[in-house]
Every structure is written in C-alpha cells, then in structure tokens.
Design a protein around this ligand. Sequence first.
Ligand code: UDP
Length: 380
Amino acid sequence: MANEQFFIVGTGFFGAVMAERITSQLGASVTIFEKRPHFGGNSYSYLDRDTGIECHKYGSHIFHTSIPKVWKYINQFTDFTSYRHHVLTKHAGQVFAMPINLFTINQLYQKNFTPSEAQEFLAAEIARDKLSAPKNLEEKAISLIGRPLYEAFIKNYTKKQWGCDPKELPAEIITRLPVRTSYNTNYFADTWQGVPKDGYFALFQKLLDNPKITIKYNCTYESVKNELPKSAKIIYTGMPDALFDYKFGPLNWRSLKFEWETLDMQDYQGTASMNYADLDVAYTRIHEFKHYNPERLAAFNCPKTIICREYPETYQLGTEPYYPINNEENNKLYSLYAEEAQKDPRLILGGRLGQYKYFDMDKTINNALETFDKMLKNNL
Ligand code: UDP
C-alpha cells in the first residue's frame, strides 16, 4: 500500500488524522489540498501578536470526549489544560447558568428548590404540554424542561442560531445539552476535556509533521481534480453537493459571521462564552478568548482583551458552511450524494461537511480512525 497515491481534501481533523495514519502506519505519501491559507479547518487557532492571546478563528473550540481510543490517540500529539467549559446566558437583562441546572431553574422561578423538589416541579411543568412522542426540537425541549425554561433559554437562541422555527428542526440538536437538577454547571458531560496546552495550531502542526505529507494551500479540489491520476485514492472532507456539481440539488447549511474587537480592558465579560438568549441582539454569543487560557498569566493579565461576536447567517454560495441542517429533506438529499460517492471505490467522504453530520471534534477523529482501520481491512 506504500505505493498507493493518496490525496486528501481539507486539513481539518478528519483530513489531518487520515494523513497522519496513512503516512505513519502505511509509509505512503499524501498530498493534501487546502483551500485556506492555513491548516486545521474550523478548529484552527493562532496567537494574537499584540496581546499573546490565543484566538479560535472560527469560534470557541473546547476538546471534550468520552471515547478512550480518541483520548489516547490525540494525547500523542498534545497535552491538554485543565480548562472546564462553563457557559453563561443573558436573558431579560439577567445572567443565568447554562446548560439548564439548579441555578438556572431556581433563578428563573425565584425558588430555592432542592434537586428532588426541582425534579417534581419540572415533571409537573412538562406534563402541562402533554407531549407523548416529541417530533421536533421544540417538542423535545419542552418534554425535557417544560415550556417556561424552553421559552426563556432555548426558543429564541435556536431561532437565531438556525434561522427557522425550532419546530422545523430535528429533536437531536437539543439533546447535545445536558439538563441537570444539581448545581453542576459543566457544559459538557464528557469524561475528558480541556484545550490543547500549546494551542490547536501546535496540535495540527504535530499531526501533520511528516516529510511524506505535502500540503498545498490556497488550493481547491476543483482546480486540481482533473490532473489527479485515475487510480488515486481521494479522501474528501468538503461539501458533498459541491463535489458532485450539485447534481441532486444544493444541501442546506448554516453559516456564521464573526465580528472581532480588541478592547482596552483586562476583562470584558468575566467568562469565555456568554450566550444571548433573546432576540434583541442579533448575535448568539460573545467569545472572550483569554478565558480559555487562564494559566498563561502574561496574556491573561494584560490590559487588553479580544472578543468576538458570533452572528448566524444564511448560507449562500461563497460563504462558509459551518453546520449541516439535518432535517428529513436534507438527510435524504445527502444520502443521494453518499450513494453516488459509494459508486466510486477510490472515494471516501469524511468530517462534518463530508458526512453532513453535526460532529464534534472527537467524533470526527473517531470516524477518521475507524475509516482508516476499515481501509486497512478492505485493503483499499
Ligand atoms: N442552545 C440553546 N440555547 C443556548 C445554547 C444552545 O437553545 O444557550 C441550543 C441551540 O439550538 C443550539 C443547540 O442547543 O444549536 C446546541 O448547542 P451547542 O452549544 O452544542 O452548539 P455549538 O457550540 O455546536 O454551536
């Protein structure tokens, strides 16, 4: 297999892990086409020269996983800090804790419930809507937390985030968030979490540090595809509809716009991620990056801070696709593209875009590891 030719499209986690596996395990060479001027996909981060603050260029990325194989694998390339993600959300002029937990419940209802009192109270709130089998995000959320909490913290944030009514969205999106009747305010319920000690840049540098890996930056697949040898293996992590010239029609995506600001103050919001649950502001959240690295004292204590407001946007050709919109119609359309890809034994689709799934970083790594193992088994 060392003589096979491998081409990868995209240097996000799927592409980078596949490149690492193919070169280190098979001794084969890999060429990666990256349309941006840098590697790392949307997980890319850089150090701001002026302040030394590490900025996540495409919004906050916190690594979290409960998959032992992934944790073991990724720890070969970086150590992680002890950062634990805690999110706050602004609603009706007040700051609440997210995901919904006993602080949130007691603050919204002006109560001092114990956990069992909160459970009993929520059960009665949920029962009011008499939803037996939740069919969409709204019904699922109400079946978990009742209508008042849904309307305060989920309904309008979700409308902004996805640009549609939560009734039109799949229920699974909301099950990403835990609901707790304890005072545990951890955003993630995973076994391991943190941010890479020396940043995502250093992590990707290490993953891709093999003389058998060549990266061609500012290079689209479209511009090279006709020059690749017919027998080459292609691992494609871009948009599947674009790969097949939109032959079945375009898939729907949600895009984002980021508005950056460096401020002359040490601390803007006192936390890394502040959500905005109401419709009076167009953005969904503000990231303040120094809070991801409190251990880097010089940057943390410097009299400046960097914030970034995140505005969800309609995806259109030429903007960046960030999220697949996994409703029934889009999933059906994706399966047509996936079937088309399967007809070509040289082609593998991977990653959040390629597989049209709302994967976190760990799931993407896991998929890449499994895809590589399958490749070995099938002697592809
Ligand atoms: N969500 C919400 N309110 C919040 C945070 C999240 O309604 O304050 C909903 C929203 O629909 C969002 C989903 O939960 O799309 C998943 O949130 P997560 O924080 O996992 O989204 P990501 O960080 O991937 O954008």
